[in-house]
Ligand binder design. Structure first.
Ligand SMILES: NC(=O)c1ccc[n+]([C@@H]2O[C@H](COP(=O)([O-])OP(=O)(O)OC[C@H]3O[C@@H](n4cnc5c(N)ncnc54)[C@H](OP(=O)(O)O)[C@@H]3O)[C@@H](O)[C@H]2O)c1
Length: 291
C-alpha cells in the first residue's frame, strides 16, 4: 500500500456506517409501520454503466432492508408509458422513493419525466420542487451525490465556513446543487466550467476543491493549493495496458502529495451517493408515518 501526504476521505467506510445505521432505524420502525421502506429504480435501455449502478443500488437496498420495486424497460419504451408507470408508483403506498436512472435514451425527455415523480418520493432530489427548496435553504430531499460530498466533509469535520470552495462543473446533477450546499455552510463559492479561462488560476485558490467534470486526470498537482481538501466526484472508465479501470477527474497520485485530504476513485463519492439515496428513501418512509 502506497502512502501519501494526504489523508484519505474514506467514502466507502462512511457509506457502510450509514447503511448499518439505516438498517437499525428500519428494524426499529418496521414493526410500527407494518412494512419495509420501498424504492423503485426505473431503468430504460441497456447502458452497461447504468446497469452496474442499478445493481449496486438494489444490492444496497437488500442489505439494509429496503424493498426494491425496480423495473427495467426496453430502449424503445415511450414517454407516455413511463409516465404512467411513475404515476402508478406515486400512488403505491409501498413505495417511498422513485428514481429514474440517467442517462435515458435520446427520444425520452428526462427533465419532463423527472417532473412526474411526486416531490415527496423524489429519492434523487432532482425534482424542481426539491431543487427549489435547496435554493431557499428549506428542508427537503437533497440530490444524492452533492449531499454525499457534504456528509463526507462533515464526517471528517472539514471546516467550511469562510473557506473558499471551488466547484469545477455546473451540472444540475452535481455542480450546481453542491455549490448551493457549500454556500449554505457559509463557504465562499466559485463555480468553474468548460468556458472558464485559466482553470488552474481558479483552482489554486481553493481551500476545498471539488471536481465534477468527467475528464480523467483534469486536475493536476500544480492546480491545487498545498493543504487543500480535494473531492473527486468524476467517474471515468479508461483503458490502460489492455485493462479497463475507473479513474476520477483528479490525478490522484500527484495531487495526494500536495493536498491535506483527498477522496479516492473508486471508494470515495460513489458509495456515498448510494448511501444518501437509501437515506432519502428511509427519510420519506419515516416522514409518511411519523409526520
Ligand atoms: N460519484 C458519483 O456517484 C457520481 C454521480 C454523478 C456523476 N458522477 C461523475 O461526475 C462527473 C460529472 O458528472 P455530471 O453529470 O455533472 O457531468 P456533466 O453533466 O457532463 O457536466 C460536466 C460539467 O463539467 C464541465 N466541464 C467539462 N469540461 C471541462 C473542462 N475542461 N474544464 C472545466 N469544466 C469542464 C461542464 O461545463 P459546461 O457546463 O460549460 O459544459 C459541465 O458543467 C462524471 O464523471 C460523472 O460520471 C459521479
Amino acid at each position: 500500500m502506497l502512502s501519501y501526504a494526504a489523508k484519505i476521505l474514506d467514502g466507502k467506510a462512511l457509506a457502510q456506517k450509514i447503511q448499518l445505521q439505516l438498517k437499525e432505524r428500519i428494524q426499529a420502525l418496521e414493526p410500527k409501520i407494518g412494512r419495509p421502506p420501498g424504492l423503485a429504480v426505473i431503468m430504460v435501455g441497456d447502458n452497461p454503466a447504468s446497469a452496474v449502478y442499478v445493481r449496486n443500488k438494489e444490492r444496497a437496498c437488500e442489505k439494509v432492508g429496503i424493498a426494491s420495486f425496480g423495473r427495467h424497460f426496453p430502449t424503445q419504451t415511450s414517454y407516455e408509458e413511463l409516465k404512467q408507470v411513475i404515476e402508478a408508483l406515486n400512488q403505491d403506498s409501498r413505495v417511498d422513493g422513485i428514481l429514474v436512472q440517467l442517462p435515458l435514451p435520446d427520444h425520452l425527455d428526462a427533465v419532463a419525466l423527472l417532473h412526474t415523480i411526486h416531490p415527496d418520493k423524489d429519492a434523487d432530489g432532482l425534482h424542481p420542487t426539491n431543487l427549489g427548496r435547496l435554493v431557499r435553504t428549506e428542508s427537503g430531499l437533497r440530490s444524492c451525490t452533492p449531499a454525499g460530498v457534504m456528509r463526507l466533509l462533515q464526517e471528517y469535520k472539514i471546516e467550511l465556513s469562510g473557506k473558499h470552495a471551488v466547484v469545477v462543473g455546473r451540472s444540475i446533477l452535481v455542480g450546481k446543487p453542491l455549490a448551493l450546499m457549500l454556500l449554505e455552510e457559509n463557504a465562499t463559492v466559485t463555480i468553474a466550467h468548460s468556458r472558464t479561462q485559466d482553470l488552474g488560476s481558479i483552482t489554486r485558490q481553493a481551500d476545498i476543491l471539488v471536481a465534477a467534470v468527467g475528464r480523467p486526470n483534469l486536475i493536476a498537482a500544480d492546480m491545487v493549493k498545498p493543504g487543500a481538501v480535494v473531492v473527486d466526484v468524476g467517474i471515468n472508465r479508461v483503458e490502460k495496458d489492455g485493462e479497463s479501470r475507473l479513474v476520477g477527474d483528479v490525478d490522484f497520485n500527484t495531487v495526494a502529495e500536495v493536498a491535506k485530504y483527498i477522496t479516492p476513485v473508486p471508494g470515495g463519492i460513489g458509495p456515498m451517493t448510494v448511501a444518501i439515496l437509501l437515506s432519502n428513501t428511509v427519510e420519506s418512509y419515516e416522514k409518511k408515518v411519523l409526520g
